[in-house]
Design a protein around this ligand. Structure first.
Ligand code: DGL
Length: 271
């Protein structure tokens, strides 16, 4: 398939697709809306296939293909992978195959943050599937070979957020994962899954909140700067947001409140 030609584009008013397994990607959408409210956004929450972190690379590529086909039908100008796990597993495989620009979270954030040459020890909390690929380590080392990165998988964190699990052993499920990363003595720790900012109250019992980076804001800035450079910003003054979910749209809407108040129940789309 032909790659989207930025130079001759006349599709500034087309929508931007934003996707994640559930409500976590709303942390990115929130930042996009605050930087660029005049864009038209389509958010896809793949609640049917959640949690992505437990899936294989092959399964995730197939899932993302289906979501990209949905976005292709919607004739979007760009797709934001508001999801670390699919940025790590599916982006490389699919990046040239669709007629829209694709913004992967990890790669974009590493590029943006690489300007800080003083950052030499970085911790990352992420899903198992993300950590398995070591994408954070590879991407940061591209710009600074001297940086040391310690990636820690936190398999219980997404279910805790999406399924409102409360009866868990906090010392183990939160404390032990953090202790591993803190022992590495990082200058900063990235919350490498878009669901994790919701757990900040619990996380900050074990380490100062200032140590942690929620990359959503950096990512949104990167996307908007890139859209500007490629003359892809919407020229109209009014924007819109529409939501889709692959199962349980009602629970998506109530879970969404953790990150963003949404004023419509998502449309159910079977993928
Ligand atoms: N929120 C996604 C991420 O940033 C996926 C989490 C999941 O479904 O496991 O990786």
């Amino acid at each position: 398939m032909e790659t989207f030609d930025n130079k001759n584009c006349t599709i500034n008013n087309a929508a931007i697709g934003v996707m994640d397994s559930g409500v976590g990607g709303l942390t990115v959408l929130k930042q996009l809306l605050s930087c660029c409210p005049q864009e038209n956004y389509i958010y896809f929450g793949d609640t049917k296939n959640l949690p992505y972190g437990e899936k294989t690379k092959e399964q995730l590529i197939e899932i993302v293909k289906e979501i990209f086909e949905f976005f292709e039908q919607k004739k979007v100008k760009a797709v934001v992978l508001a999801c670390n796990t699919t940025s790590a597993t599916a982006y490389e495989e699919l990046k040239e195959k669709y007629p829209f620009k694709i913004y992967p979270l990890i790669q974009s954030v590493a590029r943006y943050m690489s300007a800080d040459k003083g950052l030499l020890k970085l911790g990352v909390m992420a899903t198992e599937a993300t950590v398995k690929t070591q994408t954070y380590t590879k991407e940061f080392k591209k710009y600074n070979p001297d940086i040391e990165v310690h990636e820690q998988a936190c398999p219980m964190w997404v279910p805790i957020v999406e399924k409102h699990i409360t009866n868990y052993d906090e010392e183990h499920a939160i404390g032990d994962y953090l202790k591993n990363v803190l022992a590495f003595n990082p200058q900063k720790i990235i919350l490498g899954c878009t669901h994790y900012p919701y757990l900040m109250d619990k996380i900050s019992k074990y380490a100062p909140a200032e140590l942690f980076i929620n990359p959503a804001q950096i990512f949104a800035r990167y996307i908007i700067e890139d859209l500007k450079q490629n003359n892809l910003i919407n020229t109209s003054q009014t924007g819109s947001v529409h939501y889709y979910a692959s199962s349980n749209p009602d629970s998506f809407r109530s879970n969404a409140k953790m990150f963003l108040e949404i004023d419509e129940t998502p449309q159910l789309i079977e993928i």
